[in-house]
Design a protein around this ligand. Sequence first.
Ligand SMILES: [Zn+2]
Length: 187
Amino acid sequence: MTLKNKRSFNQHRVTHFIMEYTFISKNTFNKIIDQYIMNLPVPKQEKALINLDLLNKIKQILLNPKDSAVCNKNMRDWAKKRFRLEEVTPGDYRVITKANNNPVLVVENMYEILCRTHAETTQHGGQRQTWKSIIEKWSWIKQDIVEKFVNNCAICAVRKPSFHPLAAKPIITNNFLSRVQVNFIFV
Ligand SMILES: [Zn+2]
């Protein structure tokens, strides 16, 4: 193996290490996404989530709002109604959802952002906390996906306080019995 080959091999390993988190695999995440899309009615599947390809179409439409050659009318109307562009650096735009003024979270970045938000920002917070934290900064992400993501977190699965229905019961029973006793004494 030449030095050059060795280096690129190591670089690949490093990239892989950064991209994959231990508490939920990319594969599991992809399955959550596939399942979410599959369960939607077919006409809704295309725009339910936004990938880089669709994001670029939206950008093209908004950069050329009067050009009827860009996509079909349905797509153009949808893009203009739902999104606006924000210039980050000269000539570089990001797509903002009008409804909440946050940038679109594209499918390709979802795994990374969900992992970081769930593990770093919320310190493995629950479904609601993770969802709240996500929609504070992003748009076009679905609550159902965030919930399933948290449900599949290996660290949360271990940490989750177990519910003991049997441990709670004697307390209720004791209260009930002491009330019965009090009543009995007064009778
Ligand atoms: Zn977790």
